[in-house]
Design a protein around this ligand. Structure first.
Ligand SMILES: [Zn+2]
Length: 338
């Protein structure tokens, strides 16, 4: 009999859920937007001892996840006989054994005992992991990286994260936080990052970094940025999505921002390729989908600037599973642990 697992992908702006079969096929799917970010939890990254507060808005989000899992189980019940567990990928650092979220900078979640809360409510085993662990597992087992023993999977969305496969194993590192490529410093003393450091890659090339850079430039030169400001309906509403819309309309300013973003992203990928010597780098996420030309830019820069020996057998590939990599991978990791 086929067994199924639920995969949940908690991103910076929405939560996606799917019932996934052993072969990676999706039997049922749902998604919802994250309404409130944590107000009570300190987002500065400085207060490492802050405890989970049950009155926090995060509680409502977790209740929402729980309700959606139950609804999805109901929706899938005519075709799915047995769901054996839930895998959850979230953009943040995880205590894998406790199943708790230590810090999710782009959500403002800190010290959330996610596994404990959900298991009480849904009566299924829950496995919590970094979202890029889930996405990388998905791409490695079912997507662009099938059969590759050394790969780096980089997703550029609201933030930037990566998963690392070395010698046919997903690497977690000492404290299970390996792969935080978004927090490689590319500009010494540069832009302030959500992690509290300065000059991190995602403060330049992540969705929020692109939006912040553009807003600052638009404030200084409203006439030059008129098209983008009009598209957004005001400087304060500019997002990376606005730039991608303007880019598709061939707006000169948006093209320049994309080119700069390509250089920043390449800085990070060149560093990672020199450090890890993967056979394949997989690129995906909302920013790559919004600016598909970034893949060719990064490929060109990496081949030009990384060490020759590190790029001789390197393939730069695009995510095959796209938006579904997280749910398929989270369910796959849960199945592998059962
Ligand atoms: Zn950072």
């Amino acid at each position: 009999m086929n067994s199924y697992f639920i995969g949940v992908d908690i991103g910076g702006t929405n939560v996606r859920l799917a019932v996934v079969g052993e072969n990676g096929a999706i039997a049922a799917f749902s998604s919802f937007f994250i309404k409130s970010k944590s107000l009570a939890n300190d987002q500065s990254g400085l207060n490492h001892n802050q405890k989970y507060n049950p009155d926090d808005p995060v509680k409502n989000e977790i209740r929402n996840i729980s309700l959606n899992i139950k609804e999805l189980l109901k929706k899938a019940s005519p075709v799915v006989s047995s769901v054996k567990g839930v895998g959850i990928g979230i953009a943040g650092q995880i205590d894998r054994d406790a199943g708790s979220v230590l810090f999710a900078p782009n959500l403002g979640w800190r010290n959330i005992p996610l596994k404990e809360i959900l298991e009480k409510d849904i009566n299924l085993p829950v496995f919590v992991m970094n979202d890029l662990t889930a996405i990388t597992y998905g791409e490695w087992k079912r997507g662009a990286g099938t059969g590759v023993k050394d790969l780096l999977c980089i997703f550029v969305g609201t933030g930037i994260g990566s998963g690392i496969v070395i010698n046919d194993r997903l690497t977690g590192g000492c404290g299970n936080t390996a792969g935080e490529i978004g927090h490689i410093v590319i500009v010494s003393g540069g832009r302030k990052c959500h992690c509290s450091n300065y000059g991190c890659l995602e403060a330049y090339a992540g969705g929020w970094g692109i939006a912040e850079r553009t807003k600052e430039m638009a404030l200084k030169d409203p006439a030059g940025f008129k098209n983008i400001i009009d598209l957004a309906g005001g400087i304060e509403n500019i997002t990376a999505f606005t730039i991608s819309k303007a880019y598709k309309l061939n707006d000169g300013v948006a093209v320049r921002i994309m080119e700069e973003t390509g250089q920043y992203l390449s800085d990070g990928v060149v560093t990672a390729v020199n450090l890890l010597n993967p056979c394949m780098v997989i690129l995906g996420g909302g920013i790559i989908e919004g600016f598909p030309e970034l893949v060719a830019v990064v490929e060109g820069e990496v081949k030009k600037r990384a060490l020759k020996a590190a790029t001789n057998n390197l393939t730069i590939a695009v995510s095959k599973l796209g938006n579904n990599a997280g749910v398929i991978g989270a369910a796959g990791v849960a199945a592998s642990k059962s």
